[in-house]
Design a protein around this ligand. Structure first.
Ligand code: PNS
Length: 163
């Protein structure tokens, strides 16, 4: 059985992530979407909020589960018995960091391989950072995230302004 993890910050999950999840779930038997817990990036959404958004958005894909993890990705992969790490490549700018991560992880644990999927062209520009930037100015994010998440994202910024 091919068990894979798709790790990330997902702060927030975008159409680009969901496209990756749908496509990779077709390639493997079981996919765990793994939300990084100890994120130095000071996330907009708590781990629980990110997990819950992902659960809602993936509830119709039977072989996908959502979890959070702490510490090294490779240790987490081993602990859940995953042998594949899925990552998306948008542009050449992603490549250097992704190559370094994949190679480091493989040195540490040769039994776990990183599988790269290129993002669909319509999402090649998209990142959680872009979504947050546009939302922070009250811009239209409907092309970037599912409609159920739009209000949750705007709400974060309204709360920040009030404080
Ligand atoms: O969505 P992101 O922020 O690009 O995801 C990055 C992630 C979570 C895959 C990466 O930061 C990660 O694996 N963090 C856990 C710590 C770790 O294992 N770092 C890599 C060492 S090579």
């Amino acid at each position: 059985m091919k068990k894979a993890i798709y790790p990330g910050s997902f702060d927030p999950v975008t159409f680009g992530h969901l496209d990756m999840i749908e496509r990779s779930a077709k390639v493997v038997d079981q996919l765990i979407v793994a939300v990084l817990r100890n994120n130095a990036k000071n996330p907009l959404f708590s781990t629980e909020e990110r997990v819950s958004m992902l659960e809602e958005m993936t509830k119709n894909i039977p072989n996908v589960a959502v979890q959070s993890f702490d510490g090294l990705l490779i240790d987490y992969a081993k602990s859940v018995g995953a042998t594949i790490i899925i990552r998306g490549l948008r542009a050449v700018t992603d490549f250097e960091y992704e190559l370094q991560m994949a190679q480091t992880n493989r040195i540490v644990e040769p039994g776990v391989d990183t599988l790269f999927l290129t993002t669909s062209l319509e999402y090649a520009y998209l990142s959680s950072t872009i979504v947050k930037e546009v939302a922070s100015y009250g811009g239209d994010i409907s092309h970037f995230v599912p409609k159920q998440l739009i209000e949750l994202i705007y709400h974060k910024y309204r709360k920040e302004i009030k404080q």
